[in-house]
Design a protein around this ligand. Structure first.
Ligand code: PEP
Ligand code: MG
Length: 895
């Protein structure tokens, strides 16, 4: 018989930690905690296979399920000495979802299930607290109605608010047992009115309703969005966890809280968390009451006058501390725990690997390795390369003036400026127009995920460090300030006001997610300093990676950044990027628009010293590390003069009329500049351009070599070739220049000439291009152009329709972001194979944007490239991704 239900409790469990696929993350961990002998309220898990069955069979259950659930309920009853539906000693349960991967806030939870008009009286008698019993009952009705019956939560909130107003109450705590009992009556009436049926009194009916709702919520819109954003397959399904209730709201010796075994923001090795006395779990997460600190140290630091758990409940605190240590050792990772203290007794409700900032992840991984809990390789594998981006985010310049409008909690580090918007829809809309926004909400909910994605940062006026906004923003690596309580938001007027000052939609603010400050206007930012742990982890990564990592750097500043981030050379210097500045672009325009060789040579003479100066500086900075310099490859439309003023300027400089320049520009204008007169085609039509560049490179190499005492071996790269003949023509010019400079300077010059592989034909002809003495000595795959030409999609025009392609799943990812392994990747494979066949020591790299994308780096490792080259800020990401690839980390297939 198929086992659909797995029980746990009383120091043992039928499941264990490695059964996540079957039991979901929560279920597997509850089982594991029970096996470890930790105090876990008994319960059972209905497997993810039931979810699969449910959707495969018209939303029905396997026939054995009911009996297995009954047996498991009986078992809980035995362990707790209670009975489900028993009118004198009722067992109450929670029903929660639990997928394989954690999906915070995505699925629904029902607490206090099993209460009805009779069992509530029993609970009152047992606990000696009628108020508690009826409060529990009304919470249950609200949650159950919302999650299972689809009756909106706010309808009940309205009834409550009305009752409070009528009786002059401000806080929920002022309501008496009679108030709650009265409200329970009104709530039940509301259910009858809204659904046309009475609120279910049969606990079994309640239970099956809740189970169905959990399975149903697997397909709700929020869950679908979350899965799409996190690449979680729909086929995984969710498990359902049913567990005996324990109450953190049974008086002042009861409490509930969440805790991390290390600080999830900084990674510091200190107990970290929040709790509330006399409250249920939802109260902590909802952020309605401001939670208290767990440790005395944290309380002091926060300057709170409310007691810490350490001082309020020392016994439970002590036990919790022991459990912390035990769990971290067992799971060999920082854990995120949920606990409840019921009348002094500690219960563990959940443990899982805690979400953390990139900064904390680094610190924790390095420290766990140093503590011997994990190996260095494991530490390297634990950091998501893409998350390193977070460490490279700007922070506010300490010298900048700060006009602090309000202060909230430092919920997610980094700083951001933007126009304020008050809804996720507005955030998305403005983002689409290229604007930067800060999403301002009272609190966020899973419905706001898309707006949070669109925003630069998030500001909420309610909620703690574990509120939805804080947790989700941290996961996204976005700055967030939460719980800035002094700010009042008026959604209707689209304004926020604080201390008599009102800001409206569109006004600019800056939030500092590291201090919790909200600042007026745009504030100056600075680049981040990297921590010692960053360096350590990078050293560990460097030890294992096989791929070299270079940077695409065009300027001395780029080169310095590249070195700072550990680049081992420059894989691409785009020489045309050296001419974007106003004083230089004129000379380039002259060169492009000159209609005689003489005029062109005159322009080139102006450019030569600039080029030589740039190259000398680059070579000096790189101190003998390889530098690949690409000959000019300007898409013409980027360099042609546009307005009248620009045209007049070029005409004056060339000593000709504006009309002539206009005519020449019209002559040069192209329908498809990306497939036009660019790359080596320019060097072939105007060899003097290639000659000037080669001369500049070799003169600079000779000069820098002398100056630094280290030989400079430039790698000269020919762009966009399709045929061997093109390569030969350009290489002949380069060789000639090298010979000339060598003679003039009286030095021997060492250099290599290679090519970019950016066209399908070049990949297919790779053997022809590399073969023989005069063949290309290195290849660098220009996968930007290779993607463009393989797909026949213009790099400049793709954005408009590619989004539709990815949204509709026609393409899994944007192929300009992550390499298309099947198509473009095949061209790379072919190029590498054919090139190396004729020239076994052929150096092969990649310099398209893919060089900094972790999945593409893994691909480059697989096809045995020598190096990847990416933008300077992404070199750490590439180093880590390369190390993970070498350690055999599986990368999700893009297909
Ligand atoms: C490429 O095409 O991948 C490349 C690196 O060159 P560019 O982006 O300058 O065309
Ligand atoms: Mg290119």
């Amino acid at each position: 018989m198929v086992k659909w239900v797995y029980g746990f409790g009383g120091g043992k469990a039928e499941g264990k930690a490695d059964m996540k696929n079957l039991l979901g993350g929560k279920g597997a961990n509850l089982a594991e905690m029970a096996n470890l002998g930790l105090p876990v309220p008994p319960g059972f898990t209905i497997t993810t296979e039931v979810c699969t069955y449910f959707y495969a069979n018209g939303e029905t259950y396997p026939k054995e399920l009911a009996a297995q659930v009954d047996a498991a309920l009986d078992q809980i009853g035995k362990l707790t000495n209670k009975g489900f539906g028993d009118t004198s000693n009722p067992l109450l349960v929670s029903v929660r979802s639990g997928a394989r991967a954690s999906m915070p806030g995505m699925m629904d939870t029902v607490l206090n299930l099993g209460l009805n008009d009779e069992t509530v009286e029993a609970l009152a008698a047992k606990s000696g607290d009628r108020r508690f019993a009826y409060d529990s009952y009304r919470r249950f009705i609200t949650m159950y109605s919302d999650v299972v019956l689809g009756i909106e939560h706010h309808l009940f909130e309205d009834i409550l608010a009305e009752h409070k107003d009528a009786n002059g109450y401000n806080l929920d705590t002022e309501l008496t047992a009679e108030d709650w009992q009265h409200l329970v009556g009104l709530y039940k009436q509301k259910v009858q009115d809204e659904s046309g049926k009475a609120f279910p009194q049969d606990p079994k009916e309640q239970l099956w309703g809740a189970i169905g709702a959990v399975f149903g919520s697997w397909m709700n819109a929020r869950a679908k969005t979350y899965r799409r954003l996190h690449n979680i397959p729909e086929s995984w399904g969710t498990a359902v966890n049913v567990q005996a209730m324990v109450f953190g709201n049974m008086g002042d010796d009861s409490a509930t809280g969440v805790a991390f075994t290390r600080n999830p923001s900084t990674g510091d090795k200190s107990l970290y968390g929040e709790f509330l006395i006399n409250a249920q779990g939802e109260d902590v997460v909802a952020g309605i009451r401001t939670p208290q600190e767990i440790t005395e140290a944290a309380r002091k630091e926060a300057g709170s006058d409310k007691p810490s758990l350490e001082s309020a409940m020392p016994e439970a605190f002590k036990e919790l501390t022991q459990i912390y240590g035990k769990l971290e050792k067992h799971y060999r990772d920082m854990q995120d725990l949920e606990f409840t203290i019921e009348q002094g007794k500690l219960w563990m409700l959940q443990t899982r690997s805690g979400k953390r900032t990139a900064k904390a992840a680094l610190k924790i991984a390095v420290e766990l390795a140093s503590e011997g809990l994990i190996s260095q390789e494991e530490a390297v594998l634990r950091i998501d390369p893409a998350s390193l981006d977070q460490l490279l985010h700007p922070t506010i310049d300490p010298k900048a003036e700060r006009k602090v409008i309000a202060t909230g909690l430092p919920a997610s580090p980094g700083a951001a400026s933007g126009e304020i918007v008050f809804s996720s829809e507005d955030a998305e809309e403005l983002k689409a127009k290229g604007r930067k926004v800060i999403l301002v909400r009272v609190e966020t909910s899973p419905e706001d995920i898309h707006g949070m994605h669109a925003a630069e940062g998030i500001l909420t006026t309610r909620g703690g460090m574990t509120s939805h906004a804080a947790v989700v923003a941290r996961g996204m690596g976005k700055p967030c300030v939460s719980g800035a309580g002094s700010i009042r938001i008026d959604y209707a007027a689209k304004t926020m006001s604080v201390a008599g000052h009102t800001l409206k939609e569109g006004d600019t603010v800056t939030i500092d997610g590291s201090t919790g400050q909200v600042l007026q206007g745009q504030v100056r930012m600075i680049e981040p300093e990297l921590s010692g742990e960053f360096g350590t982890l990078m050293t560990w990564a460097d030890k294992v990676r096989k791929l070299g990592v270079r940077a695409n750097a065009d300027t001395p500043a780029d080169a310095r950044t590249a070195l700072k981030f550990g680049a081992e050379g420059i894989g691409l210097c785009r020489t045309e990027h050296m001419f974007f500045e106003a004083d230089r672009i004129l000379a380039v325009r002259e060169m492009i628009l000159a209609d005689t060789e003489k005029a062109r040579r005159a322009a080139l003479a102006k450019i030569l010293p600039m080029q030589r100066g740039d190259f000398t500086e680059l070579f000096e900075i790189m101190q003998g590390l390889p530098v690949t310099i690409r000959l000019l490859d300007p898409p013409l439309h980027e360099f042609l003069p546009h307005g009248e003023a620009e045209i007049a300027e070029v005409a004056a400089s060339l000593g000709t009329s504006p009309q002539k320049i206009k005519n020449r520009a019209a002559e040069l204008a192209e329908f498809n500049p990306m497939l036009g007169f660019r790359g080596c085609r320019i060097a072939i039509a105007y060899p003097e351009i290639a000659e000037m560049q080669a001369r500049a490179i070799f003169e600079a190499a000779a000069d820098a070599g002398k100056k630094t005492g280290k030989p400079v071996v430039p790698e000269v790269m020919v762009p966009l070739i399709a045929t061997r003949a093109e390569f030969d023509l350009v290489k002949a010019r380069i060789d000639e220049m090298a010979a000339q400079v060598s003679k003039e300077k009286g030095v021997t010059l060492e250099y290599q000439v290679g090519t970019m592989i950016e066209l399908p034909r070049a990949s297919l002809m790779a053997d022809k291009i590399a073969e023989g003495e005069g063949g290309a000595e290195f290849f660098s795959f220009g996968t930007n152009d290779l993607t463009q030409t393989c797909f026949g999609i213009s790099r400049d025009d793709a954005a408009g329709f590619l989004a539709t392609y990815t949204a509709r799943g026609i393409l899994a990812v944007d192929p300009f972001v992550s390499i298309d392994r099947d198509g473009v990747g095949e061209l790379v494979r072919i190029g590498v194979e054919r090139g190396r066949k004729v020239r076994p020591n052929l150096k092969v790299g990649i310099c398209g944007e893919h060089g900094g994308d972790p999945a593409s780096v893994a691909f480059c490792h697989e096809v045995k490239l020598d190096y990847v080259s990416c933008s300077p800020f992404r070199t750490p990401i590439a180093r880590l991704a390369a190390a993970q690839a070498a350690l055999g980390k599986e990368v999700a297939s893009q297909a």
